[in-house]
Ligand binder design. Structure first.
Ligand SMILES: [Fe+2]
Ligand SMILES: [Fe+2]
Length: 212
């Protein structure tokens, strides 16, 4: 299946050309295009938030994680503003602003976040994440996404947790040290959840990095 970075980049290009189309659209076409842009953005952003950003949080740190999430929120607000401004003077400027904001975010993902993530994960982990995202991406495109209000993230944590435990037995043992912070075997997902709410970040990910 496709590589994670390739899947996300294709979405980015598609979104960019949809925004170009909106910039050139007549008043009567704007609302429909805004709906399409919103749906495409939500599908993409949710996929990243559920499957990719937990790894950003764990492997690249709080700052990258929070910045990426904040930029998604800005884009959501921008799309809402588009709806309010459709057909009004200033709409073109708003499209340009949103496009620039999304370009900034996309640039960081493609040039910094994804390459760093790929370096910080081992090959099997990256492969597994790519497969998972490809599968969810296809389901979302076909309209049978479960909406995933968080259950997807937990499921990912559980699955990856077991994979990691399995792979840690193959020599990168210090990674399991991070996980023993948890009180039981389900350490990863609960740790990710507690980090994002408390912000304490025991940096158990640090142990993982140093093992590489
Ligand atoms: Fe993103
Ligand atoms: Fe993205």
């Amino acid at each position: 299946m496709a590589d994670l970075a390739t899947i996300l980049k294709q979405d980015h290009r598609k979104l960019d050309s949809m925004l170009d189309e909106l910039a050139d659209a007549g008043d009567s076409e704007q609302e429909e295009l805004i709906d399409e842009i919103e749906q495409a953005f939500e599908r993409h952003a949710r996929l990243e938030e559920q499957y990719v950003y937990p790894h950003v949080d764990e492997d690249l740190g709080d700052e990258e994680f929070e910045e990426a999430n904040a930029e998604h929120e800005l884009a959501r607000q921008g799309i809402e503003q588009l709806r309010a401004m459709a057909g009004k003077p200033g709409f073109g400027a708003l499209v340009d602003m949103l496009k620039a904001g999304i370009e900034h975010h996309v640039h960081e993902e493609e040039r910094e976040i994804l390459p760093q993530l790929k370096r910080s994960m081992d090959r099997d982990e990256w492969r597994e994440l790519s497969d998972e995202v490809a599968e969810r991406h296809e389901a979302a495109e076909n309209g049978d996404d479960d909406g995933g209000s968080g259950s997807g993230r937990r499921a990912t944590g559980g699955r990856k947790g077991s994979t990691r435990r399995a792979s840690s037995s193959s020599g990168t043992g210090s990674r399991s040290n991070g996980r023993t912070n948890g009180t039981n075997g389900s350490g990863r997902s609960s740790r990710t959840a507690s980090r994002s709410t408390t912000g304490t970040g025991s940096r158990s990910g640090g142990g993982r990095r140093s093992s590489r």
